[in-house]
Design a protein around this ligand. Structure first.
Ligand code: ADP
Ligand code: MG
Length: 429
């Protein structure tokens, strides 16, 4: 019998839980080049909070592998699955396709002893884009809305690309702070009114700000009530938050960062509260309604949590990186450029799946986080990988080992590489 390799699980948990609550990622590759063959299945713990990194050059299989992990979580036995949920921040608009079974790779799946499967993924789209989805015939499940008054002055300053010391930044700060004091649940229209009535800022600054806030109306995400965290974080469910839009805005990544930042902050808050209820439950034996643990997956993560500079998602994501363990939040960062990802995210990663990388700086970044047990050059490991899609090395902090792996084929349809579901339209601009 071929033994399974379990990564991301410490000895105590291994003894206690064995292989329960693990995700089947792929198979261990033994041998090089022509002689390479697939051996032991590699399983990964998904029941404890982790910070994970998936890297590799374009087309190497990063998004595909992230989809494998999401599938595995959603297909765990009911009693485990019900304590977990996945939120996928989808920068390419590709993960909605997980609703469909991967019939196209039926034969390959068969070789792996697997079958195509559809998942009940929840697709969240910005509410302003609903018509376009309907026209394109893509069914979505819910729209996501942000409440304008939930945003801090910093969020606006960062999203618009101002600084805290320039006159635009300071004016935003003053006006938003004042609104927070005087008007509960203010809207963008209220902000614009306040800017126009402002006596201190110069007209040209006011004009520029009115311009920016008017554009923000067009992002199609602000409403009087926000997305309920209980809708987003559902037991055993993959929620895909489509942030692929905004191509027509030069500030597309800032807008996405604002969305990811605000939602991450809300997730942290909700999970922290849930954690308290769970503790109470343990203490009193009384059952309460709580919220499952969350896996947050972020594609193009270096755009949200860059190594240099700050985005509106930086602070909320760093908080999750540093304090997510306690409220049971796992992070999965996907990036082509580990070198461009914030060093704290790299340093906190306890599992890395590295597909082929090219840039030397990116290899150096990975080497930097490797512990002493990984003395051998990471490049050598990567060089032994057969030149096939989905091959990777897995660096596991728990076992202090490296494995070469062929990721398994997907059970659900992967839309990577194909264009987004929805063509960008300029009406909202
Ligand atoms: N484990 C795998 N098995 C089979 N094909 C794969 C695997 N991983 C990736 N591929 C193929 O490679 C393509 C690109 O993968 P993708 O994950 O979208 O790349 P990227 O690294 O740019 O995110 C996929 O559309 C798929 O066809
Ligand atoms: Mg990708």
């Amino acid at each position: 019998m071929v033994e399974n390799i379990v990564v991301g699980r410490d000895k105590d948990d291994l003894k206690k839980y064995g292989e329960k609550g693990t995700a089947f990622l792929g198979k261990h590759i033994v041998g090089k080049g022509e002689d390479a063959h697939l051996t032991n299945p590699i399983l990964m713990d998904v029941t404890r909070p982790h910070v994970m990194l998936i890297s590799g050059k374009r087309g190497a299989g990063k998004s595909y592998t992230a989809g494998i992990i999401a599938e595995e979580i959603a297909l765990l036995p009911e009693e485990i699955r019900s304590n977990l949920s996945v939120i996928m921040f989808d920068t390419m608009g590709i993960y909605w396709s997980m609703k469909n079974p991967n019939e196209r790779d039926k034969e390959i799946l068969k070789e792996w002893g697997l079958k195509p499967k559809a998942l009940s993924v929840q697709l969240f789209i910005p509410k302003g884009y609903a018509d376009e989805y309907e026209q394109a015939g893509v069914t979505y499940d819910s729209t996501f809305n942000l409440v304008c008054s939930d945003l801090a002055p910093e969020d606006w300053v960062l999203t618009f690309g101002f600084s805290f010391v320039d006159e635009h930044g300071t004016t935003i700060e003053r006006i938003i702070k004042n609104l927070k004091k005087t008007k509960k649940g203010y809207s963008i229209a209220d902000i614009i009114k306040a800017i126009e009535a402002d006596k201190r800022a110069e007209q040209r600054v006011k004009d520029a700000l009115v311009n920016r806030f008017s554009a923000a109306e067009g992002w199609g995400v602000f409403g009087s009530t926000g997305t309920k965290m209980h809708d987003l974080i559902k037991p055993g469910t993959v929620s895909v938050v489509d942030v692929s839009h905004y191509m027509q805005f030069s500030t597309a990544w800032s807008i996405r960062s604002m969305l990811v930042g605000l939602l991450s902050r809300n997730i942290y808050h909700s999970r922290s509260l849930a954690r308290k209820s769970e503790e109470l439950e343990v203490m009193t034996g009384e059952s309460r309604q709580t919220m499952p643990m969350v896996w947050i997956m972020i594609d193009e993560a270096h755009q949200f949590l860059p190594s240099t500079g700050t985005t509106a998602a930086t602070e909320p994501l760093l908080r999750l990186v540093k304090q997510g363990r306690e409220p049971g939040i796992s992070l999965l960062f996907i990036t082509q450029r580990p070198n461009k990802l914030h060093e704290d995210a790299l340093a906190q990663s306890d599992m890395i799946i590295a597909h082929r990388l090219t840039a030397e700086a990116d290899l150096t970044a990975l080497r930097g986080i490797m512990q002493t047990y990984m003395l051998d050059d990471i490049q050598e490991y990567i060089n032994t990988l057969p030149r096939k899609k989905g091959t990777a090395i897995v660096l596991d902090d728990s076992s202090e080992r490296i494995y070469t792996m062929q990721a398994r084929p997907r059970k659900t349809w992967h839309a990577g590489g194909s264009p987004t579901a929805i063509k960008e339209i300029s009406v909202l601009g």
